[in-house]
Design a protein around this ligand. Structure first.
Ligand SMILES: [Zn+2]
Length: 293
């Protein structure tokens, strides 16, 4: 009798382990394309392995992941469950094409910098990398949807385009550019904590807002900054003003987003696709396309 009881207990524990190991224990939802993101749901205490990162799920059993510009489909997410089980999910990413953007008339020091400028650029890169390494668990801005346009204006640059600066191929454009007059208010697209606010060679006055769990916004070419590192900001709060500092041909906001060091497309957080020439309105998630486009 006792033997049967133990056998039943063994069966039951094996069955519950098997059930929890089922792929259904893990859900993946989001904008599943290169430059996009997903929110992954799994039993609390699970750990996600993706893109060289190992991240523990929050107490609600969720976390965000980001897909790189050139990520291959399917993306493979591995989740280690707290009971020792493992779920492997193959995520099909929608195909994506990028255009070529030629920009001429930039000052030579920004395209082919001299050694002194190059040393400053390297120091800037190190500061940005240090800010991107931080991992803030207590910030939940990454859960907010949709993110809001930080500024109103005309879209002049989109995510992923291959750039040719003064005739020289350079790295792709990792953000969305919105042209607006100097001094136009820039708002936080979601809650966060400021992790960087300083002048840099290429990006001019630069602001990084960490939305938690490796997800962050970067604003470049600002004329004025109103917040400092360590400050908490609320979705919609005025944090800076548009400018043309650093490598810029005119006043505009460059808004980049990243998940750790993976550069993402901010428009996938607003939830709309944009094209050059579209008008976006501050503090909304709407886009107005000119007639005939
Ligand atoms: Zn830009």
């Amino acid at each position: 009798m006792r033997g049967i009881f133990f056998l039943l207990l063994l069966c039951w524990s094996w069955m519950s382990l098997a059930a929890a190991s089922e792929p259904e224990a893990v859900r993946v939802e989001g904008v599943l394309k290169p430059g996009g993101w997903a929110v992954v749901t799994a039993p609390a205490g699970s750990k996600l392995h993706y893109g060289g990162h190992v991240v523990k799920f929050d107490r609600l059993g969720q976390l965000p992941v980001g897909f790189a510009r050139d990520s291959h489909s399917p993306a493979q997410l591995v989740v280690n469950l707290p009971n020792g089980g493992k779920v492997v999910r193959q995520i099909t990413l929608a195909p994506r094409h990028y255009d070529i953007q030629r920009i001429n008339g930039l000052k030579k020091k920004y395209v082919s910098p001299d050694p002194k400028t190059l040393a400053k650029i390297r120091a800037d890169i190190a500061a940005a990398r240090a800010a991107r390494k931080r991992f803030l668990r207590q910030v939940a801005g990454w859960r907010e949807r949709p993110f809001l346009w930080p500024v109103g204006g005309i879209v002049t640059g989109v995510y992923g385009s291959q750039r040719i600066l003064n005739g020289k191929p350079r790295r792709p454009h990792f953000g969305v550019d919105i042209a607006a007059p100097r001094g136009t208010a820039v708002h936080a697209p979601a809650d966060g904590v400021v992790t960087l606010a300083q002048k840099m060679v290429l990006s001019g006055n630069t602001l990084m807002i960490d939305h938690g769990y490796g997800l962050r916004s970067t604003f470049m070419h600002l004329s004025r900054l109103f917040v400092k590192p360590g400050e908490r900001v609320r979705r919609g709060e005025k944090v800076a003003e548009v400018g043309a500092t650093g490598r810029a041909t005119g006043p505009h906001l460059h808004w980049g987003m990243s998940w750790f060091s993976t550069r993402l497309d901010p428009t996938t957080f607003v939830g709309v696709a944009v094209h050059k020439g579209d008008r976006v309105r501050a503090l909304t998630s709407t886009v107005e396309r000119p007639a005939g486009k």
